[in-house]
Ligand binder design. Sequence first.
Ligand code: BT5
Length: 241
Amino acid sequence: AAVEYGLDAPFEVEYHDSIGSTNDRGRELATAGETDVAVLADEQTGSRGRLDRDWRSPSGGIWLSLVCRPDIPPAHAPIYTLAAAVAATDALATVGVDAGIKWPNDVLVDGQKLVGILTEMEGEADRVSWIVVGIGINANVDGEEVPETATAIREQVGDVDRAALTRELLERFDELRTDPESVLPAWRAASVTLDRRVRVETPGGEVLGRAVDVEFPGTLVVETEAGKRRVSAGDCEHLRS
Ligand code: BT5
């Protein structure tokens, strides 16, 4: 089913009924020098999460990848993931879905995952060549089509106009990327991780404590028994307080 997207969107839209992975297509466009393209699909047949984990993308969802060529150092790239999570959360609010962000990249409703984000990039030492921000939203899909730990917009408020929701998201993301200083305050306000007890699996081991803040470009600050620890990547689990 073709989806109509407004021509005034801040990204040029490339739409596919079915594709392997919008992130793979985004990488292709990025390496060919394209920028400000949103690759969208109704269904993906080979989509992935972080660390090559599987991502379910049945027909009816919003599967998109944003191709960007910002003038930033590679170390700042995580702010794009946070901006995408804020944009998705704010867009969801416009259709009556009250979602919160679990650090770093999950958008949850009542603890169930509604949105996942996968940011990929290529960079030189001091500047990224490109960033592809992949955003997967379980929109008009059945609960049985996504994992048990997940939820869908259909389950929360019924089916929505995907084009309108996507346009909200693109506009909000565009606003945030042009005003990076607004990202962290918005992220903090939408976060369900801050003030929680967390266990974070990091490449360097487990960090256990209370999440107290997020710092630029997306570092989680955890108050542990041994003092403050700063975590830049990992999988975060909320614990009962
Ligand atoms: C993510 O990984 O959450 C990133 C997902 C990014 C998907 C988008 S869709 C457009 C673009 N094209 C792609 O190929 N990818 C991006 P991670 O944090 O590693 O979470 C992966 C885990 O989420 C899986 O191991 C499952 O447990 C769970 N999962 C799989 N499919 C899901 C779904 N549709 N909804 C919620 N959870 C899901």
